[in-house]
Design a protein around this ligand. Sequence first.
Ligand code: DGY
Length: 328
Amino acid sequence: MKKKIIVYERLEKPVLKSLQEKYDVKFFKNIDTQTNEEFMNHLKEAEGIIGLALEVNKTLLDNAPNLKIVSNVSVGYNNLDIEELTKRHIMATNTPDVLTDTVADTVFGILLAAARRIPELDNLVKSKQWVEALGPDYYGVDIHHKTIGIIGMGRIGQAIAQRAKFGFDMNILYHSRTRKQDAETKFDATYCSLDDLLSKSDFPVLITPLTPETRGLISKREFQLMKPSAIFINASRGKTVVEKDLIAALQTGEIAAAGLDVFEQEPVSPNNSLLEMKNVVTLPHVGSSTYETELKMSELAARNLEAGLNGEKPPTMINPKVWELLTK
Ligand code: DGY
């Protein structure tokens, strides 16, 4: 009999097809997992879950007695209760590395878009309002040779630093849980406290994972520390920022602009004031969303899932302790 697995929200088609050939697959999207009967029924027998942003908490796990592995199709895993999974000897995996360069490219995309006002000017041209040469009211600001402040110097933070250094000749400040000597040497990056970074950067860029320590990391006080000319970029998770404080900082001119790939609530509410602001560039959480990269993420997630189901060690485990416990 084929093993039962759940695919949630997103998996690229060729990968989904290949899993469907080997497993009894049920695909779910846009459902309330707590109340969806079909989901709950399948969950009882499922040995694996693969997908994007499914909230795996104690309640879900209480209804998943046969679960061996949860394979996230993302590098972030704030949707998983790792402690609870580990306690139950359930493997958890994510998709690091394969998306690093793509997310770093996106960060520079929104940074350039916000600094050079690209969406606003694109809109002006397309709405046929370009009727004379534009003056200072429409100028942007340079990013080359300015100071970028990277909050979170993990793999993606370092790929951002690489672009900043070698693409735009920028001065690099960073703040991270641990110092990264390698990045300091390679990119001439200077480690500093969060407060120093915020007060000295032209472009504070947030790229930390969402953890209990980073939830609400940037709020009123932090915006007050930023330069009035600062352009703030968030490509981590919406909840690392207190969004009402970001809105206030933009409304009062405490900071100049923002580029956001993530929001406190996703999809973003149509009533969110950020959507009304010309100096805010928005993206619908697509940091890693190129076809090539999404495919690589799906493939890696499927490799993780299959390894776990076959009693092998998945290549990119979040809780390797479970493997030790299972093979003791
Ligand atoms: C990731 O991989 O964490 C991206 O943000 C997609 O969720």
